[in-house]
Every structure is written in C-alpha cells, then in structure tokens.
Design a protein around this ligand. Structure first.
Ligand code: GTP
Ligand code: MG
Length: 334
C-alpha cells in the first residue's frame, strides 16, 4: 500500500513536471495573442486551460466555441492527468472518506456525510457568518472514529488572521465527550505571516505527512486575506489570481495525493461588487470551480441561525440549509 502510494506520487510529479514544460502557445489554436489574453485573466498554464469550460474560454479569448472546445480538449490530453476514465473515477471515489460538519442538514447539503477527502471545500461569506466556527468544528471532528463521522486523523490549521482559539477547540471537544487536551494536540496550527509563508507551509505539510503524521484535514483560514492585502492595486488583479491559482493547484494536489480534505475560508466584503461582482461568486473563478470542489456561501439567517447555500456544484443540486453556531460548534439546533 505504502509502495503503491509512492509510485502514484512519483507518477503524478512526473506528469506535472512534463506539463510545466509545455506552454499555452503549445496548444493548437492558442497563439501568442490569445495566450496573453488568458494570462491577463489568470490562466497561465495548461492546467488553467484544461479546467475551463468552452463558453468561458470563448468569451475570455474572443474565439468561437468550437475552437475553444478543441483547445480545451488538446490541453487535457497534453496534460494527461486529472481527467480519468469513468471506472478510474469510480475507483477513486471508493477511497473518499468524510468528516461530519456537526450538522445533519449541512452534511446533507454536501451530499450526505460532510466534507470529503480528495476535495477542496470552500466556505465564503461576510464576517461572523461562521466560516471559522465551521473550520474549528471540522478540526475536532476529523479526529472522531469513523462510525461517529470522523476519520481518526489529525488536522492542520493554517491561520492567517490569528483567529485560532484553543479555548474554542476545548469547548467543542468537551461537547462531544472527547479529551480536550488530546484533541488540541492533534491540531497542528501554523500562523502564516504573508502569502509566501502561506504557500511555503504546504511543503511543510507534505514533509510531515511523509514523516508519518496522519493528517487528514488541511484548513486555510483565510485562503485569500493575505493575497488581497498584498495585491491590492488595480493593476495587480491578474498577478494575484495567478498566484492564488497556483496555490489552489498545490492544495488540490495535496488532497489528491494523500486523500485528505482541504477546507478554505474566503471573506466576502459588505459590498461584494468591489471584489467579486456577484456576491455569490467568490474569488478564485474557474479554478475553484474545479470538479472536485464544493463551495458554500454562508450568511446570517433568522433567529441567530446561519444559512449555507451550495454553489456551482457539478454533481449536487443548488440547495440551502439552516444551521447554528453554538458553544459545541456547528449544530442543527441552537
Ligand atoms: P470573519 O473571520 O470575521 O470573516 O468571520 P467568520 O465567518 O469566520 O465568523 P466566525 O466563524 O468567527 O463566527 C463568529 C460568530 O460565531 C459569532 O458572532 C458568534 O455568533 C458565533 N460564536 C463564536 N463562538 C461562539 C460560542 O462560543 N458560542 C456560541 N453560541 N456562538 C459562538
Ligand atoms: Mg473567521
């Protein structure tokens, strides 16, 4: 089993190295003019192109949809990864395990059992909408036995805003009858001082996993705060997007290679138009729209509740549910 994992990792590294050598302009139908338009929009490599939809590419590059479709297919086959046959996909799905959110209705919204491994789950919403509370609850629940909705793993908490609170972890742990100190020990917290540091921490996680740490959940709270602060100028949007896309690739790779869950938060300002256009469209665009990604839009609801809406899911209906932020973490009832 361990040997097989190593082989798969090597294979995946090779594929990635190979793909990195190829440029956008190597794709039939993509000339330098189209390539620079794509780069300006944050699509800088074959992966970025491969995960696009033909209509989106058609609009972005100013080409017909047939040309766009051909270019995307070419990019996919040149990369030779990520797009598996149906039976391979089914096999991969068999290995997926879940971490309960603490709320049955939120679990159902996510397909039944909560946040899944091999995927990135993004929670975005205004301040106080519950993103951090959900992250803390998941950090605890990851450690639960399988029959209680966990995967008996450790969590990594990449904290960019100093919002990690050990006391909250203790409270949430106590509420499920777990030993609070033990639970805290199994959460590896790292403060990320800037976006470069945030990126570097992923290497550290890879090392820890290779050293045998059973890390099954990686939390980045917040995914975007440093990127926003550092790339605040008008002309820096494309650079920010590019760096963020690269970071998301690394997170997805981590999730795939180690069959772990990734949970990221993303704050939406009071006037979302400033950053995102539509408030239900978070940062990250097409990359966060990758097939294995779940996006939850969180907002305040009636009677102190919170509402989660599942956005853009490729395989689940766009639904909403209600949940509560309680001393015990995320719950169905207040
Ligand atoms: P930003 O990080 O500011 O964007 O917000 P966020 O979405 O991360 O909000 P967060 O998850 O921190 O939610 C804060 C809210 O959680 C508070 O306003 C409270 O309603 C609730 N909350 C936090 N701690 C507790 C607690 O111990 N008990 C209860 N009942 N609610 C809590
Ligand atoms: Mg927060």
């Amino acid at each position: 089993m361990a040997k097989k994992e190593t082989e798969e990792e090597e294979k995946s590294d090779d594929v990635e190295a190979e793909a990195a050598e190829k440029k956008l302009t190597d794709v039939p139908g993509i000339g330098p003019g189209i390539a620079s338009k794509l780069e300006a929009a944050g699509v800088y490599d074959l992966m970025g192109l491969a995960v696009m939809s033909p209509p989106a590419l058609s609009e972005m590059a100013g080409v017909g949809e047939a040309v766009a479709r051909k270019a995307i297919q070419a990019a996919r086959s040149m990369m030779n990864l990520g797009f598996m046959s149906g039976d391979e996909f089914a096999k991969k799905r068999e290995n997926v395990v879940f971490i309960t959110t603490g709320s049955q209705s939120l679990n159902s919204l996510l397909g039944g059992k909560g946040v899944e491994t091999g995927s990135i789950t993004e929670a975005y919403g205004a301040f106080g909408s519950g993103k951090t509370q959900l992250a803390l609850t998941l950090a605890v629940n990851t450690q639960l036995p399988k029959d209680q909705g966990g995967i008996e793993g450790k969590s990594v908490y990449i904290d960019t805003e100093s919002t990690f609170r050990p006391e909250r972890i203790r409270q949430i742990a106590e509420a499920i009858g777990a030993n609070p100190e033990k639970v805290l020990k199994n959460i590896l917290v790292a403060r990320a001082f800037n976006s470069d540091h945030q990126i570097l921490l992923l290497d550290k996680i890879n090392e820890m996993i290779k050293d045998g740490e059973p890390i099954k959940l990686v939390i980045v709270d917040s995914l975007t705060a440093h990127f926003r602060a550092e790339f605040a100028g008008r002309g820096q949007l494309a650079d920010r997007q590019q760096k963020l896309n690269r970071y998301l690739h690394s997170l997805q790779k981590l999730a795939d290679q180690h069959n772990l869950a990734v949970f990221v938060t993303n704050q939406v300002m009071a006037n979302p138009a400033v950053m995102f256009g539509d408030p239900t469209t978070a940062i990250g665009g097409h990359i966060l729209g990758h097939a294995s990604t779940y996006r939850l839009y969180l907002r305040r609801g009636k009677g102190g509740s919170r509402v989660a809406k599942l956005i853009d899911s490729p395989n689940l209906p766009e639904n909403e549910c209600q949940f509560f932020l309680t001393t015990a973490g995320i719950r169905d009832e207040s």
